[in-house]
Design a protein around this ligand. Structure first.
Ligand code: ADP
Ligand code: MN
Ligand code: MN
Ligand code: MN
Ligand code: MN
Length: 371
């Protein structure tokens, strides 16, 4: 084992021992449910488990639960019970059987959504938009693998890898690191029924991407958050950290984004390019409002990433173009050729809340000014 992995306690636990216990037979009606929620930071997930004595078919059958919000930055210690409402359930690829993952949104003691519950507003905005549930979203989730010392996984402790160039979609032990995690995560997402549509190595070594979508309406947020939970959980098994920080390394190293691809029914129909152009025109007038919604710190995180270089536009300006990767909004070449399809908003940071990003887009292109 390498010198660095010795510092990773989880990497040194023998998973073969665990297997003895994971294989123990238990009654089929006994279900282990992992409740997952977004904590007070807006970009971290938390989870806790409970047993339910039936096999739920939909989230509404599951009990509302609570947790100590004073330990997650979501409540005061004196009034700490914070509620989780189950919103979507998925097969659990770690425990298998009838066990499930439960994506929740969160409410304070008096029934109001917590500050980081952006899901509720997204659902309201979708409802206010005619055809809202037929809007499709696809998100490209970029992330970086880190060693326990906070350096990108596989990077020399003192010094840097050779400059960017060979790593994007790379193959080979000197080009990509920890592909096992990517393979495990891909399979796990498929097992859970998530619409993971692809994956690739990114421009900076130890940076990777996977894509979720196209997903209609609010399901994009539920699926992306559960896929992130699985990423962190699987990386934990390997003793490696997966970070969604949008600029883990300063200098000539690409940052990480969450390009958000969007289409309405009309955009997908013949001649839909006109609808796409109309949407881009609306978005061009709301740049500042969107930047606020595109990372959990109102634009502060994205300031480090959107620098107008390294395949990003400047955080201060709105721009758009066909096949251009240095703009805020890109219309893919194939979409321009076919005259229909979708557009790509390249501004959201890798640690964005998809509920918040997609809400802002739907509000601007569909709700504001009537529809
Ligand atoms: P890029 O060329 O920007 O790297 P990717 O192949 O990584 O593109 O990602 C394309 C994304 O677009 C995927 O998340 C996919 O789900 C999404 N997508 C494809 N078609 C549509 C559509 N009609 N509406 C919304 N999203 C779509
Ligand atoms: Mn307790
Ligand atoms: Mn991509
Ligand atoms: Mn990418
Ligand atoms: Mn992209």
């Amino acid at each position: 084992m390498s010198k660095v992995l010795k510092n990773s306690p989880n990497a040194n636990i023998d998973k073969n021992v665990l297997k003895r216990y994971m294989d123990l037979p238990i009654c089929e009606n006994i279900v282990q449910a992992t409740y997952i929620w977004i904590d007070g930071t807006g970009d971290n997930v938390r989870c806790k488990d409970r047993t339910v004595e039936f096999v739920p078919q939909c989230p509404d059958e599951l009990p509302v639960w609570n947790y100590d919000g004073s330990s997650t930055g979501q409540a005061e210690g004196s009034n700490s019970d914070t509620y989780m409402r189950p919103r979507a359930i998925y097969p659990d690829p770690i425990r298998r059987g009838n066990h499930i993952l439960v994506m929740c949104d969160t409410y304070t003691f008096d029934g109001n959504p917590t500050e980081t519950n952006k899901r509720k507003k997204f659902v309201e905005t979708l409802n206010a938009c005619k055809g809202g549930d037929d809007i499709w979203f696809g998100i490209e989730q970029e992330y970086t693998l880190l060693d326990m010392d906070g350096r990108p996984f596989g990077w020399p402790t003192n010094g840097f890898p050779a400059p960017q160039g060979p790593y994007y979609c790379g193959v080979g032990a000197n080009k990509v690191y920890a592909r096992d995690i990517i393979e495990a995560h891909y399979k796990a997402c498929l097992f859970s029924g998530l619409k993971i549509c692809g994956t690739n190595a990114e421009v900076m070594p130890s940076q990777w991407e996977y894509q979720i979508g196209p997903c209609p309406g609010v399901t994009i947020g539920d699926e992306l958050w559960v896929s992130r939970y699985l990423l962190h959980r699987i990386a934990e098994d390997f003793g490696i950290i997966a970070t969604l920080d949008p600029k883990p390394m300063v200098g000539s190293w690409n940052g990480a984004g969450a390009h958000t691809n969007v289409s309405t029914t009309k955009m997908r129909e013949n001649g839909g390019i006109k609808e796409i152009e109309a949407a881009v025109a609306k978005l061009s007038k709301q740049h500042a409002r969107h930047i606020k919604a595109y990372d959990p710190r109102g634009g502060e995180d994205n300031k480090r990433r959107l620098i107008g270089r390294l395949e990003t536009s400047s955080i201060n300006d709105f721009s758009s173009g066909v096949a251009n990767r240095g703009v805020s909004i890109r219309i893919p070449r194939g979409v321009a050729d076919e005259g229909k399809g979708y557009f790509e908003d390249r501004r959201p940071a890798s640690n964005c809340d998809p509920y918040s990003v997609c809400e802002a887009i739907v509000y601007t292109i569909c709700v504001e000014g009537g529809n």
